[in-house]
Design a binder for this molecule. Structure first.
Ligand SMILES: [Zn+2]
Length: 553
């Protein structure tokens, strides 16, 4: 009888494909699953008794923003402690590569303070150089990446507004081709953010035709997730269909201000699929987001240095124009701006305001009453007082929509978070990012165990084989012989998310600062234990994954 490197014994094996569990042992050798056999039958040099807990494939998070934070925290702590073994980065149009020397400053401005961290040395220009730096010193999880349209545009034309010239478009195409050859899984856009919001549909189609040559994916933060959500979904579908590539619509819950619930956008996806168009969706399970207040300003000014923004806001004429622009929303802004546009000030709760600490924990409505001011002016004043450091929790999604998406078979569960850790730069000040710490355990706790919105096998499918299929990761996302041993062992009875707050928020905020979840007992990445009895082992066995067709044209 073979003695394996490692055996996970006596578990409820759930293969990730949507099938119910069965009792079994997994034998792991050289990073892969060598044998799956009846419980109690395998021998290993090292053996862990799963003792009736679930053994599933490691979770694959198809929508994250860990591009720079993974350099700061290579152990990928907030992700792997949830059971995540692979993340896709480069979403919403933003990847840190490619980058050109002359536009490095604009690129760094887009990423904010993390871009000046000592671990982020900007030693790369091309996509392939960035991937090499990622893999040079080990990773706690596997990383796959998209090329961000925003990065391509900044590299070729900076943050210029308006149409790309033919020369700029040619340059974007050639940078994209380099990224695809290096292993990018496709192209992402962020059509509400600068500079994506300045791009025409034709510009994106032209770039997606390059992606088609490499059989990649088009992933989009669409052009508005509120009033314009249906047009924006239709635009994404059209881009994929004209370029002949699959479409992944990112975090597609309608946000406050949308004219419909999620069944309307899902219906467009179903109609497209019925016509043979390969369109799928992802979504995370949180109803709130805590951006900087400056992120709600019009795209042209939101990233300016704080003193320049302050000058604009102190000029009454400019302040009135900016207010009109926010309310007019002609170039649809990102989701939370719906609360500004529709005056939902009671749904915006201050989280950080270093220069006006007395407002923390209060809603903008309450602050407006206290100050005897108009709430819109309070919003501007808090920015003038605190610059980019003012952050608030925006409650901008109705949980009904989270459930509708969760139940739909074409929707993948993702986090839309990033690798974080409760110490050092990534916790200074503690960010409000429950999805980064609690997404996957929270889904299992709230929507499988406590309330049966999904069966366990369906939830696991949406976290494993489905995202793997979407990315063409043929040897991950399923428990079967020969696959890479990316594995989670968890106890459904004990699983507990210690990061998520439920609406309405009260101060001090529940589960903040965030903590790692409970009940995720073992996590293996490429056959190596990264989480052992609930603690990080320090191992860095993660790989940089390159798209299957990256070498081919
Ligand atoms: Zn996004």
């Amino acid at each position: 009888m073979t003695t394996y490197d490692f055996v996970l014994a006596n578990g409820k094996i759930m293969d990730g494909c949507g099938n119910p569990w069965y009792w079994g042992d997994l034998g792991i050798q050289d990073g892969r699953i060598s044998e799956i056999a009846p419980a109690g039958s395998l021998q290993g040099r090292q053996k862990v008794d799963a003792a009736g807990r679930f053994i599933t494939p490691g979770f694959i998070d198809i929508h994250t923003h860990s591009d720079l934070s993974i350099l700061v925290n290579r152990r990928a702590e907030s992700a792997v402690r949830q059971g995540v073994t692979t993340q896709l980065i480069g979403n919403c149009g933003m990847s840190p590569a490619p980058v050109s020397e002359i536009h490095l400053a604009e690129m760094k401005r887009q990423w904010g303070p993390i871009s000046d961290q000592p671990e982020v040395r900007w030693e790369w220009q091309t996509f392939s150089q960035y991937l090499q730096i990622l893999e040079s010193q080990g990773l706690g999880i596997n990383i796959a990446s998209l090329a961000g349209h925003g990065a391509l545009r900044i590299a070729s034309m900076g943050l210029e507004e308006g149409k790309a010239s033919p020369a700029a478009l040619r340059q974007m195409k050639s940078l994209l081709e380099e990224a695809l050859r290096a292993g990018a899984f496709g192209l992402s856009t962020g059509l509400v953010y600068p500079p994506g919001c300045y791009a025409s549909t034709d510009e994106i189609i032209a770039l997606c035709r390059e992606v088609a040559k490499y059989h990649g994916l088009y992933a989009s933060h669409i052009r508005g997730e509120r009033e314009t959500i249906l047009e924006a979904v239709a635009e994404a579908i059209r881009i994929g269909s004209e370029a002949g590539i699959p479409v992944q619509i990112s975090h597609n819950a309608p946000k406050f201000g949308a004219p419909c619930d999620a069944s309307a956008n899902l219906q467009l996806v179903e109609e497209a699929r019925a016509k043979g168009k390969d369109v799928t969706v992802d979504n995370d399970l949180h109803t709130d987001l805590a951006p900087a207040l400056t992120d709600g300003l019009p795209q042209e000014i939101q990233d300016l240095p704080a003193d320049q923004i302050r000058t604009l806001l102190r000029n009454p004429t400019r302040r009135a124009e900016i207010r009109d622009e926010i309310v007019g929303d002609r170039k649809p802004a990102f989701g939370p701006v719906g609360l500004l546009k529709h005056g939902q000030w009671q749904r915006i709760t201050m989280l950080h305001a270093p220069k006006s600490p007395q407002v923390v924990g209060k809603t903008i409505s309450t602050i407006a009453q206290e100050r005897g001011s108009d709430p819109f002016d309070v919003y501007f004043d808090l920015i003038a007082e605190n610059g980019h450091d003012a952050e608030a929790i925006f409650d901008y999604i109705d949980e009904v929509n989270i459930r509708l998406l969760l139940k739909h078979p074409a929707v993948i569960i993702c986090s839309d978070g990033q690798v974080l850790a409760p110490y050092g730069f990534l916790n200074d000040p503690p960010p409000y990012s429950p999805c980064s710490y609690g997404e996957f355990p929270g889904a299992l706790e709230r929507y499988v165990r406590d309330e049966p919105v999904l069966t366990l096998q369906e939830a696991i499918r949406k976290m494993t084989s489905f995202p793997a299929q979407r990315l063409g990761l043929r040897e991950r996302g399923m428990l079967r012989e020969g696959a890479w041993a990316d594995i989670v062992v968890f106890d459904l009875e004990r699983i507990h998310d210690r990061a998520t707050n439920l609406y309405p928020h009260s101060y001090p905020f529940e589960n903040y600062p965030h903590q790692y979840p409970e009940g995720i007992d073992y996590v293996l990445v490429n056959g190596v234990m990264v989480v052992e009895e609930g603690e990080h082992s320090g191992a860095l066995p993660g790989k940089v994954l390159r798209h299957h067709f990256s070498k081919q044209q």
